[in-house]
Design a protein around this ligand. Structure first.
Ligand code: PEP
Ligand code: MG
Length: 573
């Protein structure tokens, strides 16, 4: 077919994997055949029979969920599979069951009763921020599963989509995404969704090109249209030009470097991976990561009913270290609050959760017990493997906070010692994510082995532009001179305090910014594993002098536009 008869039409969204794919659009509307229509008159409904139908649907839903759990554990990983346990809990949720039974008693057939009983819980989660809002997806998923079972509607089989399909949907639920076969699906794009949605996380784990949050514009693409999904730029192009197709199909023409990398004149820069689950370790090793620069441990605490205990955490950290016997694994202690609430931890609503109790503030307050348990597991893991374990604290804003965290480590070490349990003091570090931390980076650096700059939060706080607010997305750019100067002074403070300094925000994974970041003096860059080869290649091409000259020009610039002019001049040379 002549792919370029029509002019290409480009739609912007959020890219969630730095991969591109071209294929034929297939719209997925899981509810197309779930129209329930008007319920029959109440007198025509036999409540006992409807209760039985509901029980039967629940039994079958549990069995399906168990099968999907196993399949996901095998294909994606145990941690990702845990979402199906959460779905099973929704199937057995007393509030929902009561709701269905009450509606059946009022004369509704089971399917209408299920539809009604899920309405309020879904609306409640929809009204919340960030990851909590994604629980609404989970609830819809469970509701639709029950409705399909009750109405015998066919389930669209996403696992057997034709090879070369680009899946388009309003949104994809966790169970939808887990079914996708990366060998067949060339990519997907959704109207809704953000970088932290389950669909995005699964896409990254499965290596599927994906763009989320495109908006209603996506609906202008018809079934069967040739579509390019560029997960790196965050664009979806209908009827791409031959050039665009070639670039996407050419895939990644980049060498995987397993060895550590240095600039052309010999300055070593560690390039590490950001992970949230053990399943991602394999990908990190495969992409040539020197180690892990950010293990987001909150993923271990999500989608379950209770926190993981000391032994479970010990095994996870030990396994992460075992993947890099000669490298370093930086584990961040629990960073909940803000956009990362965990239901069983009671993160109270706040008008502005990003400015509330999150990260270290919780670990030194309401989550002190969890903090100790996590530190015990970490200190034990440090002694159990040959790799270097580093532990860092998120959202530090003051010296007393850091000192209290360091003291807790010392107390935990003393407890383990007196209990005769093998342990080792890991390297300790502070994240620089708040303007406060950047301003007192000298005092922080003197007290730790390393600093790690979290540019995602640092940018939102320096620029006063919330991470999830699309209306201020333009301001949320780490190349704003104000952010660059915060990074510059953090690096200088680390040097003065004899601490190494890394970066683990999204900025670190942009190969075009590698010259700027090396020039700024970062010792380590940590990113999503898929971007490691490009960043290593960019570093290997650099001359340190030129990189430093660029960093000086960039930090002196008055505007972001000028910063990009300097960056692009260097990249184009
Ligand atoms: C950051 O803020 O840059 C960071 C790495 O932490 P997270 O994205 O998990 O908040
Ligand atoms: Mg952060």
């Amino acid at each position: 077919m002549a792919a370029n008869e029509s002019a290409p039409r480009s739609h912007a969204g959020t890219g969630v994997t730095p991969l591109s794919g071209v294929g034929s659009a297939v719209w997925y509307d899981p509810n197309a055949d779930l129209e329930l229509g008007e319920p029959p008159a109440a007198e025509a409904v036999d409540p006992d029979a409807e209760r039985e139908r509901f029980e039967d649907a629940r039994d079958r839903a549990r069995a399906e969920l168990e099968r999907e759990r196993e399949r996901t554990a095998e294909r994606v990983g145990e941690d990702e599979a845990a979402v199906f346990d959460a779905h099973k809990q929704f199937v057995d949720d007393p509030q929902i069951i009561d709701g269905v039974e009450a509606a059946v008693d009022d004369g509704l057939p089971a399917e209408h009763a299920v539809d009604a009983a899920f309405e309020d819980p879904i609306a409640q989660f929809e009204g919340m921020d960030g990851r909590m809002a994604e629980r609404a997806d989970d609830l819809r998923d469970v509701r639709d599963r029950l409705l399909r079972l009750l109405t015998d509607a066919d389930r669209v089989d996403l696992a057997s989509l034709s090879t070369g399909s680009i899946l388009l949907a309003e949104r994809l639920t966790p169970s939808d995404t887990a079914q996708l076969d990366p060998e067949r699906v060339a990519g997907f794009a959704t109207i809704e969704g953000g970088r932290t949605s389950h669909a995005a996380i699964f896409a990254r784990s499965l290596g599927i090109p994906a763009v989320v949050g495109v908006g209603d514009d996506l609906e202008s693409i018809d079934d069967g249209t040739d579509v390019l999904v560029d997960g790196e730029d965050g664009t979806v192009i209908a009827d791409p030009t031959p050039d665009q197709r070639e670039r996407a199909a050419g895939g990644r023409d980049v060498e995987i470097r397993e060895e550590p990398v240095a600039t052309a004149d010999g300055r070593a820069v560690e390039v590490a991976a950001n992970v949230g689950t053990l399943a991602e370790l394999e990908g990190a090793v495969a992409q040539g990561a020197d180690g892990i620069g950010l293990f987001r441990t909150e993923f271990l605490f999500l989608d379950r009913e209770a926190p993981p205990d000391e032994d479970e955490q010990f095994e996870v950290y030990r396994e992460a270290l075992a993947a890099f016997p000669e490298g370093r694994v930086v584990v961040r202690t629990l960073d909940v609050g803000g956009d990362k609430p965990i239901p069983y931890l009671e993160t109270p609503d706040a008008d502005n959760p990003f400015l509330g109790q999150r990260g270290i503030r919780r670990s030194l307050g309401p989550d002190a017990d969890l903090f100790e348990t996590q530190l015990r597991a970490l200190l034990r893991a440090a002694a159990a493997e040959s790799g270097t374990l580093s532990v860092m604290f998120p959202m530090v804003a003051t010296v007393p906070e850091l000192e209290a965290a360091l003291e807790t480590v010392a107390d935990v070490a003393a407890d383990l010692e007196s209990e005769g349990i093998e342990h080792e003091r890991p390297e300790l570090g502070a994240m620089i994510e708040t303007p406060g931390a950047a301003f007192i980076a000298e005092e922080l650096a003197e007290r730790v082995d390393f600093l790690s700059i979290g540019t995602n939060d640092l940018t939102q706080y320096v620029m006063a532009a919330a991470r999830e607010n699309e209306r201020v997305a333009d301001l949320r750019d780490p190349c704003e001179p104000a952010v660059l100067r915060a990074i510059e002074r953090t690096v200088a403070a680390a040097d003065a305090g004899d601490a190494w300094v890394g970066m683990c925000g999204e900025m670190a994974g942009d190969p075009d910014l590698a010259p700027l970041l090396v020039g700024l003096g970062l010792d380590e860059l940590s990113m999503s594993a898929v971007t490691i080869p490009e960043v290593k290649a960019a570093i290997a091409d650099l001359e340190t002098d030129a990189a430093e000259a660029l960093a000086n020009r960039a930090t002196d610039a008055a505007t972001r536009t000028t910063v990009y002019e300097h960056v692009n001049t260097t990249t184009d040379q």
